[in-house]
Design a protein around this ligand. Structure first.
Ligand code: B12
Ligand code: SF4
Length: 465
């Protein structure tokens, strides 16, 4: 019997195929689906289709006995909607991904089976059980899970049609991270240790795919410096150009930084988080304070590496002046691509637990957990100030004059930096489309309304912006 499997990445508001603010060409291929497709046991007779709802709507009629949905918090609501539809059509629904790992009990209510944690072993096991009519309700990552598997299959990037995405050349060497930042999902979901694929496997994967411009989705490529050194050294002969993520701790190892540049790194996303030292302590990310951001950014520019600098607003020591101060820093340091997010207490994180204890979680509508909505009560400003300050910062940092100033300071002229700035300028000027804030408040503690600047209407909706 042939099992027909559909793997789906549900849409979020930002990447919605119709009505989202990004055009489809800005999205890179989702490695989650191509990885899961590769893990389908070869000895089972299967037909596999992949659907990224951020690119194309899910067809009305889908060819699937079993549907696998990948769930992040911001897409959980949509995933559950789709799960209900497919189950009502008699299909078997499996859920997996970060949100399922963080909240398995919630996810289990919407599925025939769930996969908690990384699924390199559990997904094939689940499919075998399904094929013999013995599907279990829950599959979990084993405690001794490892990615050190030289015989792991490469992601099935070929299953998506070429041309749908900004790029298909999406790779991964490691997962999770050794740090323990209060707001981060990775240590909460997978523990604060890094899982590493064999470097030679990663090099073979890149070589067999054959493209010269790559994206690494690893959360922190330099989490283990010895591993990073080996990876960067072995990338050099491939003569590729790559973009990835790192912590600012790179600043403390100039040899590694030079090696990273020689390996072809052209752009690095850095979690700068905040320019306010007291807020760094709030985020339990004090190690950022050991680095002079401006010096690091200058050094990276000198090596021909563009910087995407990510900042978060709403930490406990953030006062209303944090927005202007952050924009001024981004301009002054010549951050090629600044990115701002509203602090988001993802369920399962220590931040969520703390804010819940303090009675400061304002909404459990997971669709709003997208880094752009305020879902908690900030300590030193109102909800309205945080929402509006975040939006204002985006607009200010992507004014024409600001783009010119940042790129001039950077003096690291790459065509991509200019194109990406134009994309982000468009994004900044469309943010208001998400700031209708017409969401119900659950669990707003008495007395917080006045503090937060939220006006409660008779229909118990928040009005902001
Ligand atoms: C690519 C990516 C995106 C993409 C697409 C997301 C997607 N659905 O694929 C885009 C750019 C859209 C995106 C956006 C955002 N993202 Co993002 N993103 C990632 C990133 C960098 C890579 C994901 C990936 O490809 N991993 C590689 C694959 C192989 O691993 P995996 O997805 O974990 O899958 C494995 C298991 O989880 C499991 N699994 C996963 N799904 C399924 C499904 C089934 C059926 C089964 C059986 C198993 C299974 O099996 C896989 C193999 O082991 C991760 C970080 C990371 N490196 O994982 C963050 C991450 C997923 N994103 C995150 C966040 C916070 C965001 C944003 C809020 C960021 C922002 N401020 O804008 C937005 C949210 C947008 C929204 N609508 O809510 C968080 C998740 C938070 C959460 N609780 O959901 C992560 C974990 C990063 C982090 N540490 O904070 N993101
Ligand atoms: S350094 Fe980055 S990836 Fe690691 S725990 Fe902190 S925020 Fe998460």
């Amino acid at each position: 019997m042939t099992i027909s499997i559909a793997l789906i990445s549900p849409k979020g508001p930002l990447y919605r195929a119709r009505g989202g603010i990004f055009k489809k060409s800005l999205r890179y291929q989702p490695l989650t689906l191509t990885t899961l497709a590769a893990l389908v046991p070869a000895d089972l007779q299967t037909r596999i289709s992949l659907h990224d709802e951020g690119i194309d709507p899910i067809p009305d009629s889908i060819d699937a006995d079993l549907v696998g949905l990948t769930v992040i918090t911001g897409t959980a609501k949509r995933a559950y909607e789709l799960a209900a539809r497919f189950r009502s059509e008699g299909r078997t629904v499996v859920l997996g991904g970060p949100h399922v790992t963080l909240l398995p009990q919630e996810a289990a209510q919407h599925a025939d089976s769930i996969c908690v944690g990384y699924a390199e072993d559990s997904w094939p096991e689940l499919l075998r059980d399904y094929s013999r009519g013995a599907l279990q309700p829950c599959y979990r990552q084993a405690p001794d899970f490892s990615l050190d598997r030289p015989d792991m299959p490469f992601a099935r990037r070929d299953l998506f049609s070429n041309g749908q995405f900004l790029t298909q050349a999406v790779f991964e060497a490691t997962r999770s991270c050794a740090h323990d930042c209060e707001f981060c999902v990775a240590p909460a979901a997978w523990g604060h240790r890094q899982y590493q694929k064999p470097v030679d496997w990663v090099i073979r994967d890149i070589a067999q795919f054959g493209q010269k411009k790559l994206i690494f989705v690893d959360l922190n490529l330099i989490s283990d410096r010895a591993y990073a050194r080996e990876l960067f050294t072995k990338l050099i002969p491939l003569k590729v150009e790559w973009f990835g993520l790192s912590t600012v701790l790179l600043a403390h190892d100039t040899d590694l930084m030079e090696l990273l540049a020689r390996s072809g790194c052209k752009g690095l996303l850095l979690g700068l988080e905040t320019v306010n030292p007291a807020s760094l302590a709030d985020a339990k990310k004090k190690f950022n304070g050991s680095v002079g951001f401006k010096q690091l950014i200058g050094d990276l520019h000198h090596l021909g590496i563009a910087v995407q600098g990510c900042f978060v607003f709403g930490l406990d020591h953030d006062q209303p002046d944090v927005f202007d101060a952050t924009v001024e820093f981004a301009l002054d340091a010549g951050v090629d691509l600044p990115r701002f997010a509203v602090l988001t207490p993802f369920p399962g994180t220590p931040l969520h637990t703390r804010l819940e204890r303090e009675g400061r979680i304002l909404s459990r509508d997971w669709e709003l957990y997208d880094g752009q909505h305020v879902v908690f009560q900030p300590r030193a400003m109102s909800v309205q100030e945080l929402a509006q300050g975040h939006e204002r910062a985006w607009k200010k940092v992507y004014r024409w004059s600001s783009i010119a100033r940042r790129l001039w300071v950077a003096r690291n002229f790459q065509p991509l930096a200019l194109t990406a700035n134009l994309g982000y300028r468009f994004y900044a000027h469309n943010l208001h489309r998400f700031y209708n804030c017409d969401w119900p408040i659950q669990a707003l503690p008495p007395g917080l309304n006045a503090l937060s600047g939220i006006q409660i209407t008779t229909s118990n909706k928040a009005v902001c912006g």
